[in-house]
Design a protein around this ligand. Structure first.
Ligand code: DGT
Ligand code: CA
Ligand code: CA
Ligand code: ZN
Length: 573
């Protein structure tokens, strides 16, 4: 049985195909009206059997019969006949700016272009060059539109988008003078993946900034270029949007372009109830007609009588209600982090020597950190019991050489049965243990849940590493009962990791928020395999902030004595 929305979508498909086939305006518009009528009607399933759907506005005998057939068989003769003439994929062409039904029909009938892929191939092969009624400017526009369309189909991991944003920002900063320059959009909100990179800036000479932006050597195509905004496309399906803003509206515009859409919609709804209209051009008082602008983003929230909402919380959930009550939590900040528990060295699969990692952790200003190389099951990267004891002696021998306190830890495999990859006697010699699942991902949900819970119950396990196993573009994460694991972690005093390694971000902010409701403590780690990757804690921090965590919930925001007490408490000491 199709839903009303599904029937409406089929009717709209018929409508578009009829227009392509050259049917009269009145005929195909009847389908459009019928579709609109059905979207607002009670469920068709209850109407069609008794013929009551024929009473709906805009539905006569012939469309009524099509609807009846759609409901009974999921298809209709009308649609079958149209599909005989145009393959359904032809409708994809309508997503390209500047291609309407007439052009789409012509492209199919005269050039055999039946889909976006066909169009791309035809453009690339030059098969449309010199075609009658299609100028070279039009072809260029289609090319741009196709690129923009493709860039919206794929989302890239946050870490990659941040790297690109940093590169283009460095390039822009070396050009014509800028007052402000900052990322906006999903990148600023620390979404796990981003659709495109948004940058906003203020400058003396906007056009000069735009010219520099569109001349970036890494840009493969300029998608749009105007006096105050432009978009470029990079290979690998990523778009960057730049907007140059007037200084006095910087706060309003940054707030607007940071989103999310859902947050902005709720903000505007609330404002309207207060007699204010929020837009990117300022806040209009609907009674007095006065407009307030904000040079800083804080001014927008202040004018609305609410607490400043940090970008990571602008998801459209409950943040506006909380901000109105001045009840948003003080989120954990980068300066709260006193250490990092998860880093690898050349003793296992890290790229840098142990002492280089210690030095780098020290250079970050940490009070403490843990070296946590792999256990024997990681094959040639794993460390035997002898090796890990030797590593401990090495760490102890260099304790006085660096101001940072180095804990000797290990990232120990949780074996398929939930036991750990070192005997308890060896674990007891370590200062800290991260326990992670690295294999047998195909276990049943029940087996995996029991496996992780058993690891939580081991008194020597301080932290469960990258709890879901998700890796971008490779693996969705193993199946397990999140609630059962989160409550076991809370009950046993085991911290859950927010792993900031680029392909992981695990737990995500969304899951960490859920875990937090069980009373869990979190470890924000880089999982660095080389010195530069220590900055991965910033990504872990972003997810922690999205989860609404305060520093009290974060293990590596604790001073060393409290950290050691947390570890001892779990060990029952
Ligand atoms: P993304 O790029 O899909 O990861 O997500 P965003 O949130 O970065 O979305 P994007 O790049 O389309 O736009 C950035 C922000 O600008 C968005 O969060 C809200 C604002 N914005 C952009 N276009 C519109 C619009 O048409 N209406 C409204 N209300 N806001 C918009
Ligand atoms: Ca964006
Ligand atoms: Ca954008
Ligand atoms: Zn791992």
């Amino acid at each position: 049985m199709l839903s009303n929305a599904q029937v409406a979508a089929r009717l709209l498909e018929i409508r578009r195909l009829m227009e392509m086939a050259g049917e009269s305006f009145y005929k195909y518009m009847a389908y459009e009206k019928a579709a609109a009528s059905i979207e607002n009607a009670p469920p068709l399933a209850g109407l069609v059997s008794s013929g009551e759907h024929l009473q709906l506005p805009g539905i006569g005998k012939s469309i009524g019969a099509v609807i009846e057939q759609l409901m009974k068989t999921g298809y209709a003769d009308q649609l079958r006949a149209l599909h005989g003439r145009f393959p359904p994929s032809v409708l994809e062409l309508l997503d390209v700016a500047g291609i309407g039904t007439k052009t789409a029909a012509m492209l199919y009938e005269e050039y055999g272009v039946a889909s976006l892929n066909d169009l791309e191939a035809a453009l690339r092969a030059g098969r449309l060059d010199g075609a009658p009624r299609i100028g070279s400017k039009t072809l260029d526009n289609w090319r741009r539109s196709l690129l923009a369309y493709k860039s919206h189909l794929t989302r890239v991991p946050l870490a990659r988008a941040r790297t690109i944003a940093r590169e283009i920002m460095t390039f822009l900063a070396q050009g014509p003078p800028l007052h402000r320059l900052t990322p906006a959009g999903s990148l600023r909100r620390h979404e796990v993946t981003v659709g495109d990179v948004d940058l906003v800036c203020t400058a003396d000479d906007p056009e000069a900034v735009i010219r520099r932006f569109t001349s970036w050597e890494n840009a493969e195509a300029v998608l749009a270029e105007g006096p105050t905004k432009a978009s470029v496309w990079l290979g690998g399906a990523l778009q960057i949007d730049l907007r140059v803003l007037p200084d006095e509206l910087y706060g309003n515009l940054l707030q607007h372009f940071t989103g999310s859409r859902e947050h902005n919609v709720k903000l505007r709804e609330y404002a309207v109830r207060k007699g204010l209209r929020v837009s990117e051009n300022g806040i209009l008082d609907l009674t007095t007609g006065a407009v307030t602008t904000a040079a800083e983003e804080e001014g927008v929230y202040e004018r609305l009588g609410m607490q400043y909402v940090p970008p990571e919380l602008r998801s459209g959930l409950d943040e506006i209600d909380l901000a109105l009550k001045h009840a948003l939590p003080p989120l954990v900040e980068i300066g709260d982090l006193r250490g990092d528990f998860h880093m690898h060295t050349t003793w296992s699969d890290g790229r840098n020597e142990l002492e280089a990692m210690v030095e780098a952790a020290s250079a970050r200003g940490y009070e403490y950190h843990a070296i946590s190389d792999h256990s024997p099951s990681r094959g040639r990267f794993g460390m035997s019991v002898e090796r890990i004891r030797e590593q401990r002696r090495t760490i102890e021998s260099m304790r006085d050489r660096h101001p940072v306190y180095t804990l000797h830890g290990s990232e120990v495999d949780i074996l398929p049965d939930g036991s750990l990859d070192y005997p308890d006697a060896v674990l007891a010699e370590l200062d800290l243990v991260i326990a992670s699942v690295h294999d047998a991902f195909d276990q049943t949900r029940q087996e995996m849940t029991a496996r992780i819970i058993r690891a939580c119950e081991n008194p020597f396990v301080t932290i469960i590493g990258h709890p879901t196993g998700r890796r971008f573009g490779e693996f969705e994460g193993y199946e397990f009962d999140e609630d059962a694991v989160f409550s076991a972690a809370a009950r046993t005093g085991t911290a859950l990791e927010i792993d900031g390694q680029a392909p992981r971000l695990d737990l995500s902010g969304t899951l960490a928020r859920h875990a937090a409701s069980f009373g869990v403590t979190f470890a924000l780690d880089s999982d660095a395999h080389r010195v530069e990757a220590l900055e991965g804690v910033e990504l872990a921090l972003g997810q922690a902030r999205r989860a609404g965590l305060t520093k009290e919930r974060v293990l590596n925001a604790k001073a060393l004595p409290e950290l050691l007490a947390f570890i001892r408490r779990k060990r029952g000491l």
